[in-house]
Design a protein around this ligand. Structure first.
Ligand SMILES: *Cc1c(COP(=O)(O)O)cnc(C)c1O
Length: 400
């Protein structure tokens, strides 16, 4: 009988004993609100912000309720107005155009390349065409474009960049941490990302005014001096009457379980690399499968894996997905006619009034995607590769 894979693609590791102890300590004292502090207590949220700023090298950091909240907060900090065009890459997750739409602004979608990054020529054309002054750049599935060229284009055109680093926490381009190129960067600590607090988000910036606005937006009231990774209180002075409170703070319980995880992140990235390379090596010889070669300048977090089946018809891919599923291998497919699970593509985002993007369509039509939770071992990844390879060969006429 054909070999079957029996482990879950969505099971994360349990939290460490250090995280559990930190959570219990917060539960025992009961001060869950970030500004509910005992005498001389910094609080878990302010400490997390300080540590995350240190981790990324940013001057300022803010912890918030979710990654999606962080995106909308960054757009508000940049004072994006209703109806204003905001550029974003067409290959991303729904909360990205959703954050733009939540301000009443207009997502302007940019094509992606077969390497799954924003098409920089199309970006230049879209800037010229729309006069947009903000790009919400999503490093979707951890693929990082040529950030040096991207920033040259955007700086040259006066476009401010917000980086969506939901899949690049701990990644880098040319030695510069992902999130350190643009004016602000947003991260998610939702269960399926690189740190797990169930829900949660982080925002970084070096710009005092933008970060003061973000802190006020997040619902700081007049408690902003209790932050440790925020601009000096003077920066807030001219702003606090002007910036609305769009409440979205993080609480002490989530911050408490995130701090030990952040300390463990470098080791987790090494483990993800082992999983990613085991899967990639097992698929090198698969006929008809195009791997996404990672540029030398990119250091990435291998928490998911993508590959393309160029020129396969939808019927063949659907049959492959079904054969793999029957053997326990959960492939996500970005070419499906209807959104499934967490996977949708730009054409499904009716509120963004998407125009057809032929190059993106060709890429997404053949794009498959696998999650690599750290509960997997490299041996698991070899088994997954073997099953996928066998099922691809079952289809491919030339190899039979
Ligand atoms: C998960 C995700 C987000 C949003 O994060 P949440 O914490 O779930 O709100 C944004 N962008 C991308 C690419 C994501 O995968």
């Amino acid at each position: 009988m054909a070999r079957r894979f029996t482990r879950s693609f969505t099971q994360q590791e349990p939290l460490s004993e250090a995280a559990i102890e930190a959570a219990v300590a917060v539960l025992r004292h009961g001060r869950l609100h970030r500004y509910n502090l005992a005498e001389a207590e910094a609080g878990e949220v302010a400490l997390l912000e300080e540590e995350f700023a240190g981790f990324t090298g940013a001057r300022f950091a803010l912890a918030v309720a979710s990654g999606g909240y962080a995106l909308a907060c960054a757009l508000r900090a940049l004072q994006v107005r209703p109806d204003e065009p905001v550029l974003t890459n067409a290959f991303t997750l729904a909360p990205v155009p959703g954050a733009i739409a939540s301000l009443g602004a207009r997502p302007v979608l940019v094509e992606v390349t077969p390497d799954l990054v924003i098409d920089l020529d199309h970006l230049e054309a879209r800037i010229a065409e729309t006069g947009a002054r903000v790009l919400l750049l999503s490093h979707m599935r951890g693929h990082i474009c040529d950030m040096d060229r991207l920033m040259a284009i955007c700086d040259g055109a006066g476009v401010r960049v917000i980086e969506d680093c939901a899949h690049t926490m701990g990644a880098a381009w040319n030695g510069v941490a992902s999130g350190r190129h643009g004016a602000m960067a947003c991260y998610s600590t939702q269960t399926y990302k690189h740190l797990n607090s169930g829900e949660g988000g982080l925002l970084i910036s070096d710009d005092p005014e933008l970060m003061a606005r973000a802190v006020l937006l997040s619902g700081s009231y007049m408690m902003y001096p209790r932050h440790r990774a925020a601009p000096a209180p003077e920066v807030f002075e001219g702003l606090w009457t002007e910036v609305p409170n769009v409440s979205g703070r993080m609480d002490a319980l989530r911050a408490a379980i995130l701090r030990p995880q952040l300390a463990d992140l470098p080791g987790r990235i090494v483990r993800w690399a082992g999983l990613y390379r085991a899967l990639e090596n097992g698929l090198r010889a698969s006929p008809g499968l195009a791997l996404i070669e990672r540029p030398a300048a990119e250091s990435f977090v291998g928490s998911s894996f993508q590959a393309r089946l160029p020129d396969w018809t939808p019927d063949r891919i659907e049959a492959l997905v079904a054969r793999c599923a029957a053997r326990g291998v959960e492939l996500k497919w970005f070419g499906a006619a209807q959104p499934q699970g967490f996977t949708s593509r730009y054409a499904h985002w009716g509120y963004a009034a998407p125009e057809p993007l032929p190059r993106t369509d060709r890429v997404l039509a053949g794009l498959i995607d696998l999650r690599l939770p750290l509960t997997f071992t490299p041996e698991d990844c070899r088994v997954i590769a073997e099953i996928l390879d066998e099922e691809i060969r079952r289809d491919s006429p030339r190899s039979i």
